[in-house]
Write a protein that binds this ligand. Structure first.
Ligand SMILES: C=CC1=C(C)c2cc3[nH]c(cc4nc(cc5[nH]c(cc1n2)c(C)c5CCC(=O)O)C(CCC(=O)O)=C4C)c(C)c3C=C
Ligand SMILES: [Fe+2]
Ligand SMILES: [Fe+2]
Length: 346
């Protein structure tokens, strides 16, 4: 029988610094997130980051936490429950870090008699630190603990027309008559090094966008390319004026160069250049989370206002909106209807 495992990033169990530390330890010790040899990673993460960051991150989580728990988890659960109503196959939910974990998700499906699983990472764009780490862990678990199970994966959906349509609608609904001076598409950043590592041609990605005009198999795994494509397709759909939108990258950690331009500096620059009314959308996230509710809606707004900006509109993530639920359900239903030979989409 077929079944689906939705997978999102995960959150700490609570806003207690001890729980935040446990979560950050699991997250940052992932070799696809801090991609340096184990000893160096342990020195950076356990010796430096975990001594200071948990307290700071816990304070940030406290600002956005809901009575029911982490917004990212609550919103992912709501999405799962709604999808369940539109699909025939069992749908489980797992987090890459924290709980419920991927092993628990696969176990839950297996207990329902599922032996063919569609892994559905809840990330529109591919990244080594998100999609790839989910696939690698799920495959390891399958080999070790669920040898009878067949795994397939939904590819990144950054350019699927129905996804672009829903994302565009979510923007248009929030900004009446698209009345704003600048719309910023802010994506989670990654170190530039990750882009080079994921380049299967080893020579395509130049990280300046010039490469993206040349079709290449590298784009299948290029986070930067896929982010710019999402922006381009939404702008095309909404017929945006080329001067009135741009792309930036947020949430930089550490001292290595990450994808640029950085969101915080971009917001500051807009305000200093006299933009009074800006809107911001965060298409790397399908569920609102710390990075959208705190970093963008609180910190970003503060930067804008401090530098002379007036109106700062934050577009919510797709979360559990109905057209998004129906779109995801239609992808699942199409896969569920395929025969065993046809359904290998990896
Ligand atoms: C959307 C895709 C994401 C990518 C790509 C990504 C890369 C990435 N992240 C870190 C470090 C941190 N990220 C943190 C939070 C966080 N990151 C994502 C998504 C992506 N990360 C989400 C959805 C969240 C929010 C989780 C929540 O509970 O709401 C954090 C923790 C918070 C903090 O301390 O700031 C860290 C740390 C790295 C290093 C990285 C790529 C290498
Ligand atoms: Fe992150
Ligand atoms: Fe490219």
């Amino acid at each position: 029988m077929k079944g689906v495992l939705l997978v999102n990033l995960g959150s700490p169990e609570s806003t207690n610094p001890k729980d935040v530390k446990k979560y950050l330890d699991e997250f940052l010790m992932d070799e696809r997130v801090i991609d340096v040899p184990w000893l160096l990673r342990a020195f950076i993460v356990k010796g430096i980051v975990l001594n200071t960051r948990p307290k700071k991150s816990a304070a940030a989580y406290q600002k956005i936490w809901w009575e029911e728990g982490s917004p990212l988890i609550v919103l992912s659960e709501r999405l799962q429950e709604k999808i369940d109503k539109f699909t025939e196959v069992p749908i489980s939910l797992a987090m890459r870090y924290g709980k419920p974990n991927i092993e628990q998700g696969l176990k839950e499906l297996s207990a329902k008699g599922v032996d063919e699983v569609l892994l559905l990472p809840l990330y529109p764009q591919f990244a080594m630190a998100t999609t790839e780490t989910i696939l690698v862990l799920a495959e390891e678990l399958q080999k070790e603990k669920f040898p009878q199970m067949k795994l397939t994966t939904l590819p990144p959906f950054y350019n699927r027309p129905d996804y672009i349509e829903v994302l565009s609608r979510s923007i248009a609904e929030k900004i009446e008559n698209l009345d704003y001076e600048h719309l910023l598409f802010s994506y989670h950043g990654v170190p530039e090094r990750h882009i080079k590592k994921s380049d299967i041609t080893k020579s395509h990605c130049q990280i300046d966008g010039t490469c993206c005009k040349t079709p290449s198999p590298a784009h299948q795994f290029c986070y930067r390319h896929q982010c710019y494509e999402t922006t381009r397709l939404v702008a095309e759909k909404l017929d945006l004026n080329p001067d009135a939108f741009s792309t930036s990258f947020q949430s930089r950690l550490g001292f290595d160069p990450w994808l640029q331009p950085y969101t915080d500096r971009t917001i500051e620059k807009f305000a200093l250049n006299g933009i009074k009314k800006m809107a911001i959308v965060t298409p790397a996230f399908v569920s609102d989370c710390l990075e959208t509710l705190e970093e963008i809606a609180m910190e970003g707004e503060e930067i804008f206002h401090e530098n002379g900006g007036k109106e700062f509109t934050v577009i919510p993530c797709l979360n559990d909106r109905e057209d998004w639920v129906k779109t995801l359900s239609s992808w699942i239903n199409s896969w569920a209807e395929l025969t065993e030979e046809e359904s290998i989409v990896k």
